[in-house]
Each structure stands twice: as C-alpha cells, then as structure tokens.
Design a protein around this ligand. Sequence first.
Ligand code: GLC
Length: 618
Amino acid sequence: MDTPRRQFLASLTLLGAGMGKAKAFAAAKPHHFSKYDPQVRRLLSQMTLDEKIGQMTQPDQQYLQNLDDLEKYHIGSLLSGGDSDPKSGNDLVSWTDLYDGYQARALKTRLRIPLVYGVDAVYGHNNVLGATIFPHNIGLGCTRDPKLVESAARVTSEEVRATGMNWAFSPCVTVPQDIRWGRTYEGFSESPDVVKILGPAAVHGLQRGSLDNPLAVLACVKHFAGDGGTTFGSGMPKSNNSPDRYPLDQGDTRVDEATMRLIHLAGYGPSIEMGAGSIMPSYNSWNGEKCSGSHKLLTDILKNGLGFEGFLISDYAAVNQLPGDYKQQIAQSINAGMDMVMVPEHYVEFFNNLKTLVDEGKVPLSRIDDAVSRILRVKFAMGLMNAAHSPLADRTLHKSFGSAEHRAVARQCVRQSMVVLKNDNHTLPISRAASRILVAGRSAHNIGNQCGGWTIRWQGQTGDVIEGTTVLAAIRKVVGQDRVTHAPDASGAAGVSVAVVVIGETPYAEFMGDRTDLHLAAEDIAAVDAAKSAGIPVVVVILSGRPVIIDKILPKADAIVAAFLPGTEGDGVADVLFGTYKPTGKLSYTWPSGDSTSFNRSDPGYKTLFKFGHGLTY
Ligand code: GLC
C-alpha cells in the first residue's frame, strides 16, 4: 500500500518534473523522534521538577538578568527575537561570542543539557552583518523550485551554525489569503499546493536530512494555524485594551475545519514527514479561540492527528494573550499541548507559576514529562546530548559566511524569482550595447528596501542596512559606470536609450505592515511619469512584499518586473533585465487591480489584474 510519505515524495518528484526541475527531490528519512525515548526516559528519571520546568522556559537573551540564572532556573533554551542583538554590535564575531557565552554557561549546570538557541533566520541569517540574504518567501514561491528552496535553506543553516546558533524559527508555511496582511511576504504563496511543496523543502535544507549534521539547524514550522486567513478588521489591538486594531495580524480566522485543513494546514503534514523538529503555534484565533490555548489544534489535530513527535514553542509572549491572569494563561496553554514557552521577559514569574500549577495539580506532572520528553527527543536527535560533540560554535565556518559561493546560490534564487508582468515591444531584455541607461526610482540604490523586513532590524531599515548589491550597482556592473545615469526622480533622461525605474515598498514586519491602502507612493508614480515623459522605453522594477496597485503606471511602463524582496544579490535582477537569465518566475499570488473592493482573493470584490501563475519570458 502506498504510504502517505511515499505519496508525498512522489508528488514532490512529479511537481519537480512538472516545474521543469528534472532532478527528483531527495527523500529524507522522517525523524521519528520517539526512537530516542529510551535515552530520554533515562535522563528524565534523573531530573528534578525544577530542571524539567527549566527545559520548558525560553527567555529572550536581552532580558536575562544574569548569566547564573541559566543555572538557577535550569534554562533549556534562549532566543534572540527581533532587535535582541549583541551589545557589541551585529557583526559575525559578536553574535558568535554571544551564543558561546550562554552555551558555555549552560554546560556548567548539573545535567549539562545544552541550550537550543533560536533566531529568526527566515531568509538567511538576517540578523548578522555580512550575511547572505535570500529573496523572502514570496519571491521563492515564484520559482516553484523545491530544490532551489532547499539550497537556499542549506546555505542559511551553514551561516546560522557559523554563529553557533542551532535553531531557526523558519520556514513560515502560512498561506496568506489577504495581501493587506503585513506578513504576506513571509508566505510562499496564496496556494496551499505551492506551500506544501516548498515548506518541507526548506525544512530539508535547514535540517539537512539529519539533525545531528554539524551544519544542520532545527527548523520551526510556523505559525500553527491559519495565520494567513484572518478576517479583515479582526487584527490585534494597537495597544493594551485599545479599541483600535491592526486590520489583520493576529486576528481571527473564521473558517470551518475542512477549509483550515485544506488551505492553512497544507504545509504541516509534509513538513512533519520531512522531519521538522519544532512547530510554533500562532497568535491568531480560530473561530474565536486563541491557537496557543487550543487543545483541539495543538493536541488533537497536530500531535495526535498529524503524529507530530517534536515539540511546540509558543510565539513571543503569545501565552499572555489567553484569557485570565498569567497563571491561568500558562495552565491553559500547557494543558492544551504547548511544550516550551517563548516567555520572553518574565521568565522567573513563568517558572514559579508553572511550578505552583504542578504542585496544585492544575497541570499534571504527566503533561510536564510529555513536554520535556519532546524537547529532549529533539535535543538527542540534534546530537546535543553527545558529549563527544561540543555545542559551541565551529568558527571555521566563519570563512564561508557571506561567501561568493553562498551569494551565487542567492543570485540564482533572485533570477528565478523575478516575474515579468508586462513586456511590450520586446523592451526586455535590455541590450548590453544600450548607449546610456537611466536608473531611477527611490529603491534603485537602496539595499534596505531590496531586503525588506527582518534584515538586521526587526522592521528592516531603508538605506544601507547590510552589504549587498543594489539594482543600480548591478546594472553598472553590466554596462559600465560611465553609461549609467542615476537619478531617483528620473531627471536627466535626455539622450538615454532606456530607463529602469525601481520603485515599491519600504521595509516593515508583522502588524506594522498591515495596510488598508496598497497604492504606489506618489513619489514612485512621479518617477515613472518623468521617465515616460522623456519619450524613451521605460522598464519598471517593483520591490514589494506583496502585489501592489499599479494601475497608474501600467500604461506608462513598457515593461514591468515584479522583483518582490530579492535580498542582497541584486545581480540576479540585472541578469533578468539583460537576458543573461531568461525569466521563468510565475506569480505565487494573484495580482489585483485598483478597482478591487477587497484584497482577499476569495471575496467577490477582488478584481484580478494578473492571475496566479502569470509570468512572461523572452
Ligand atoms: C514574532 C513572530 C514569530 C517570530 C517570533 C520570535 O513575534 O510572530 O514569527 O519567530 O516572534 O522573534
């Protein structure tokens, strides 16, 4: 009989072939983490209740009151959330020293159980200066190429391990349905059929088929579940008890179970099959119940139904959003099936509350033992419990950090993620013999806009946030500095043979990216107008975290390329503009027209400008 795993892997191969990727997708042996239970049981039998609760407690390192608290509270994990950076700076050595400092202290505790240290390495090790930054998932979704996505994740895992860190809160397998959501770009696609292939590919790349590989990083599939399906207007309050809400983020996903399974759970089964060791329950609610406190979701559907044997890590202070006081919130979430809590600040209060709950019988010791067993299973699978393997950073990996080889992988990802929306009169590819090229637009020479949210800063940062190649620099490398005129406002267009106008969004992350208006900025429209008024062919390149309303520039642009958020390797954009790489990208989201009255693709008010799967080539 064909097992689900064989069916899944067969679908991967077919999809790979169907997408012109002849190579079958390498099958991974799924991690049945329960195979470590004999060792886990032996260790668990030696542990005190305090030591067990410490394994379930994850502070953010910036809130650790002192290093000895790692021993005092038997802490099993730390994270660096957004902007939780080394005090000495965001360089590679500072990050590595930060990690080694904590891990070395953890190894001095009674049981010497190493930390799992989590970071949001969601498209490269994006907290660290000099890292290779890949296209955000929305761009990778346009490649439809699981092998490429796996390669990107492999480079990411190597660069994460260069800092010693061993856990990435990635991949996000959200299936966004309303592009006004600030996290649309973290999703591969609006289509579950794309997400269920690319999500496990990213897991495979990060975990490298075997978690004890010294270059492997524990994946964390997120956010479970329905994060991309919230109802417009149901988003989180803008501040404590505020009547004002963000439109979508952390809102309420009002769908029946069949729809939840068909769309929003699509990436989880295949990722579990691929061996994902951790899953992050989501901030949002499902029909009014917070995911972080839902026994039906976390235990019935995920652990029992999908057979997940790893552990669940809460989102950042997500437990605090449950009803009741903190003690009641902890009880509900742990009893629902949460295994580790990203506290992240008041870890002493969390520790003491959970201990009291066990003493009072409100959280059964059996639930504690199950949670800790799941965490320890994964630590054994990671090789962390093998005294022969030091969990401290392997600094020989520093020499490949941000290397030309790594950047070449990212450049290929950029090439394949470009989607040519329009190309009248064969404007593209641009001739290398073009006499003079005007490069305009506020994002032409802006690596921060090119990378988007989560680069160095949680919210990202416009401007020179990280070293990389901007679109302008890439074009200059192709045709020579002296044949390129750079003017953000497109002035000085006289005498040029073609204009490339790079426009789009400025960086944002999470709820800060929720929008009600998706129109282009006036500055961007003005730059396209100015280029067009010069009477020359105009190529528009859009850097954005989602489809945006382009009706006003559509008739003025002879060619339009959706580049989404390509990351540091702008050469990949130039490769498509000049035809070094013939475009293969296909839209992973439907692209709306400006007369839409809704931007949720299942709403009747959604009007399509370019359909899902659209993409021209030369
Ligand atoms: C954030 C995000 C989640 C991230 C976590 C840690 O709020 O929701 O995706 O992994 O906190 O930074």
